[in-house]
Structures are given as structure tokens and as C-alpha cells.
Design a protein. Structure first.
Ligand code: NOJ
Ligand code: CA
Length: 545
């Protein structure tokens, strides 16, 4: 038997093309054993909550064995759950619990890099320059006297040089290794066929345990072109791959061979496993390559976090992304946020700077934007806590910040910890129900009690209850609409049309706007004003007739 050792019992109730995903960041979701860190038993305990949101699948950020230098995106064993999260049996219990509730499970697959603690890297460090063990990574001699300078001037996504001298991590071979992210995350050499074979087995391992798909982390990074040389980066320059010309360390054509290989493996299962890429590349053409019929099913619409509160800018972003995907038979997985982005409720106000945790304007705009998100053709993804309207936490003391971006740059504004603060489940309690102990790995603002799930369940107009309503209507109505439509801006109003009978309007202007004649209100993010006008910062779904 090839590939499909175990067919998943799970059959998606809705095509992936229309699905709503919910992203769980295990460290911050729910902590069952009270050690201050979220875990899989905590996730299992809240499965009914996830199902109650009306979503179709869960994307789980990495739960693999890891020293946690990058929140688990630095993996030391791809086949083991990290003990802080639980056991492989817990993972299976979570997968089964999802399936029993009709939810699919999409795992994070981090293939560009592993951890310096992975046995592959330990073996490489123990082996001499030029050895087969070193061929799993990019080990190069340095330049200058005694090779004391990095092999090239490349910079890391997280700041600083993309090269680390192996002596910093206990190596004695005198070489440098490439790390496009943190120095604890050595880049794997995808030019080595053994790397590809190892990942084939990892993918099969999790598919055989019932996983329904993969979210492919930083996937353009595995496309590299050798030999490596200087680019001309200036000291202190920051990463900006989407605006750079083609680079030898990003998005080289070889990546597509790997995408096809994974698609073949996923397709050998019943049902076929779903593949969604985190693809940030320099052009729409390059993006479309990733979703050719024999590659990924979908890619995330990353980048909205840089768009300002402006109907024209939003319209251009949506149109541009839609145009990228239009020539393909694929679709976008639209998203407003993730564990890497400033929370939506803080992004369109100055709350991210001022540290306001109770920002009504930010939450009003977030409600409105989620109506846009769920109106768009394609799949959608909601990051945990977004359904509560949580804000970015900006006052975490420096000594508690863990994001390697902060540790490498010293710039707390770049730290992603502020969107990873543990979920508030209850109104009271030292950790607001994250656990029943007193500690959580990052402190929660005490004001979050009123934003807790418990509190919001009680209030029929809460953010949470509103989000459930939007998702339910999306599932029953919007997901059935024609994909064809238009997105445009007029006088500060963003208009999204699906077929001839559905419109979403978002008012990003400063004055109230009339609704078009002949259209009836299905749902709005806030009450229409006394004259039936759509106030600034609101959105509405309309049906013709
Ligand atoms: C993207 C992930 O979303 C992010 O959290 C991580 O730091 C990098 N890739 C590196 O794996
Ligand atoms: Ca725990």
C-alpha cells in the first residue's frame, strides 16, 4: 500500500475553497496542567468552544518538540509533540475530537529550517567541513582573516546577519551556517535529496495520524540558488523580500518541485490532504506559480496588516490579491491577522502605540473588517482571540518578551509577543481562566476580564456573539454565492459585490452614508443610525430585494 496507510474518517462538510479556519497558537490558548503554558489537553477541553464558532477547520501552530526559541517554529523533532504541550496521544485525541465535531485539522509544517537542537544539526556540528552531515544545511567558510567574516552580506528576516559562526552553538569546524530567521533556526539545504525524503516521511507520519492538511511556513525560503554571493545590503537594513528583486535565498524556481512532490503525497490520501502556503513574494506572477494545479491548493492573503484604514487602499489590496489568483483555478485564504501581526482591533487606531486595551474605535473597525473578510470569495482564517476583539498588548515588561525579533533587534515595537498573550476565558481569576493556577507565560491585561469568553457569552451584542452571527451567515449564505463580483471604492465606502444579489459595504470615511435603494440589510457590524445610514467605521451586508 502506498501513502494512504490510514484513510481519515473526516470528510470536510464544505469544500476547502469556502472554509473558515480558526488558528490556534497552542502556547496561548488554554493551559490544562497549570504550568503557565497552553497545551493540547487545554485545546481538547475547549473543542466545543471552537466548534461553536461555526468554523470548518483548525490550523494549529507548531506543537512539535522544540527549545521554543521561536515559539515552536524551531523544531528539534518533527514526529514528537513537545512535552510542554503534551504527548502524541494528546495530539491524536485533539485530531479525533476535531473530526468528531466535523472540524478538519491543518498542521504547521516548518520546512525551511529546523532547530539547532535537531539531531540533523547536532550531527552536522559533530562532522567535519565537507561531510555529508553538513550537506543537510548551508555550512560555508567565512571570509577575511581566519574566515572571521560571514560568507555573504545576507540579512536575517529577524534582523542582523543571516549567518552564524558555528562556534556560537558549540561547533568546532570553523564554518558559518545560514539562518534566514533566528540563529537557533538553521536553514535546511533543499538541494540535498535526503532533506526532501525526510520531509516526505514527516508528512506521511502526520497524515497517517489523521491530519487533514498543512500550513506551509515561510515556503519561498526553501527556494535557493547557489552559488551564494553578496547582495549589497547596507548595515542595519531590514528584511523586505516582497519589495526586493529576485534574491538567491528566496523564491527560486526549485521550490516548485517540492510543492509538486508534497501535492502528490497529499493526493495519495483519501480524502486528499489540503495544502496552504505562507507565500510572500515579489509579484503576483510569482505568487500564482505556487497554486498551479499540481502545487498548493491555496495561499494566505498576507500583507493586509500594512494597509491603512482607507477604502481605496483596502480596495487596492483586495483587488490586487484577487487579480493574482484570478488566472489560476485556486483561491485565497483571506486573513486579517495571525500570531505574527498586530491585533486587528489595535491596528487601525493608535492603540498599538498607546497601549489602550479598551479601544472601542479599534473594535468597531475590526468588526467591520471581519464582515469584509467573510464576504470575500475564497477561504478565510481567524486567529484565536480575534473573535473576542482582543487588542495588542504593548506593556509587557522587556524581561518577559520572548520573540526573537525583539531579542535580536531590541526594538519592542517589532515584538510579536503582544498578539500572543494568553486567551481570557473567564471574567475573574488570576489568569482569567487560561488555567486555574496563578501564572501565565505572558501577563494578561486585567481589563481583559470583560472581554473574556464567559463575559461575552452573556451579552447578546458582544464581539463574540457578533462574530458567531457573521460566520453563521457566511456559511449559510455567502459561501453559496457566485465567486464572481467586484471590489471598489467610492467616497470612502468599500463595496464588495458577489453576483447580482449580495453586497458588503464598509464605511472608512468620515460621514454617514446612505444604503443603495432596492437592497435589504442582512447584518451590520453596528446599528445603522436613526436615518438608516451606515455610520463611519461600520459595515453592512445587503441582499437585493
Ligand atoms: C512564519 C511564522 O508564522 C513565524 O511565526 C515564524 O517566526 C517564521 N515563519 C519562521 O518560522
Ligand atoms: Ca501547560
Amino acid at each position: 500500500m502506498t501513502g494512504n496507510a490510514k484513510a481519515s474518517r473526516f470528510r470536510p462538510s464544505r469544500p476547502w475553497r469556502d472554509a473558515v479556519l480558526y488558528q490556534v497558537y497552542p502556547k496561548s490558548f488554554a493551559d490544562a496542567n497549570g504550568d503557565g503554558i497552553g497545551d493540547i489537553p487545554g485545546m481538547v477541553a475547549h473543542l466545543d468552544y471552537i466548534a461553536s464558532l461555526g468554523v470548518d477547520a483548525v490550523w494549529v501552530s507548531p506543537w512539535y518538540a522544540s527549545p521554543m526559541n521561536d515559539g515552536g517554529y524551531d523544531i528539534s523533532d518533527y514526529r514528537q509533540v513537545d512535552p510542554i504541550f503534551g504527548t502524541n496521544d494528546d495530539a491524536v485525541a485533539f485530531i479525533d475530537g476535531c473530526h468528531q465535531r466535523g472540524l478538519g485539522v491543518v498542521m504547521d509544517l516548518v520546512a525551511n529550517h529546523c532547530s539547532i537542537e535537531h539531531e540533523w544539526f547536532r550531527a552536522a556540528l559533530r562532522s567535519p567541513a565537507g561531510s555529508p552531515e553538513r550537506q543537510w544545511f548551508y555550512f560555508l567558510d567565512g571570509r577575511g582573516e581566519n574566515g572571521a567574516e560571514p560568507p555573504t552580506d545576507w540579512i536575517s528576516v529577524f534582523g542582523g546577519s543571516a549567518w552564524t559562526h558555528e562556534s556560537a552553538v558549540g561547533g568546532a569546524g570553523g564554518q558559518w551556517y545560514l539562518n534566514l530567521f533566528d540563529s537557533s533556526q538553521p536553514d535546511l539545504n533543499w538541494g540535498n535529496p535526503l532533506v526532501a525524503e525526510a520531509f516526505d516521511e514527516i508528512i506521511r507520519f502526520w497524515c497517517d495520524l489523521g491530519v487533514d492538511g498543512f500550513r506551509l511556513d515561510a515556503i519561498p525560503a526553501i527556494g535557493k540558488t547557489e552559488p551564494f554571493g553578496d547582495i549589497g545590503f547596507t548595515p542595519g537594513q531590514q528584511w523586505d523580500a516582497p519589495h526586493w528583486p529576485p534574491m538567491p535565498f528566496w523564491d527560486a524556481d526549485g521550490v516548485h518541485e517540492v510543492m509538486r512532490r508534497w501535492r502528490t503525497i497529499g493526493d495519495s490520501y483519501d480524502p486528499p490532504r489540503h495544502l496552504i502556503g505562507e507565500v510572500l513574494v515579489g509579484s503576483n506572477e510569482r505568487l500564482a506559480h505556487y497554486v498551479r494545479p499540481d502545487e498548493l491548493h491555496s495561499v494566505f492573503s498576507i500583507g493586509v496588516s500594512t494597509v491603512t484604514w482607507d477604502a481605496d487602499a483596502l480596495s487596492r489590496f483586495i483587488t490586487d490579491m484577487s487579480n493574482a489568483i484570478a488566472p489560476t483555478s485556486s483561491w485565497l485564504t483571506w486573513t486579517l491577522s495571525s500570531h505574527d501581526e498586530v491585533r486587528t482591533a489595535s491596528r487601525y487606531t493608535d492603540a498599538a502605540v498607546t497601549g489602550l486595551v479598551d479601544d472601542e474605535l479599534g473594535r468597531a473597525r475590526s468588526r467591520a473588517l471581519h464582515m469584509v473578510l467573510f464576504a470575500l470569495p475564497g477561504a478565510a482564517c481567524l486567529y484565536q482571540g480575534e473573535e473576542l476583539g482582543l487588542s495588542q498588548v504593548t506593556d509587557i515588561p522587556d524581561e518577559l518578551l520572548q520573540d526573537p525579533i525583539f531579542l535580536r533587534t531590541g526594538d519592542r515595537r517589532l515584538s510579536r509577543d503582544g498578539c500572543r498573550v494568553p486567551m481570557p476565558w473567564t471574567r475573574d481569576g488570576a489568569t482569567l481562566g487560561f488555567n486555574d493556577g496563578r501564572r501565565s507565560w505572558l501577563p494578561q491585561p486585567p481589563e481583559w476580564g470583560v472581554l473574556s469568553v464567559e463575559q461575552q457569552e452573556l451579552n447578546s451584542t458582544s464581539f463574540l456573539r457578533f462574530m458567531r452571527e457573521v460566520i453563521a451567515l457566511r456559511q449559510s449564505l455567502v459561501a453559496t454565492l457566485p465567486l464572481a463580483g467586484r471590489c471598489e471604492e467610492s467616497n470612502g465606502i468599500l463595496v464588495i459585490e458577489r453576483g447580482a444579489t449580495f453586497r458588503c459595504l464598509l464605511n472608512a470615511g468620515t460621514t454617514s452614508a446612505p444604503l443603495p435603494a432596492g437592497w435589504r440589510r442582512l447584518l451590520s457590524s453596528q446599528a445603522l443610525d436613526e436615518e438608516g445610514l451606515l455610520s463611519p467605521n461600520g459595515a453592512v451586508w445587503l441582499a437585493r430585494g
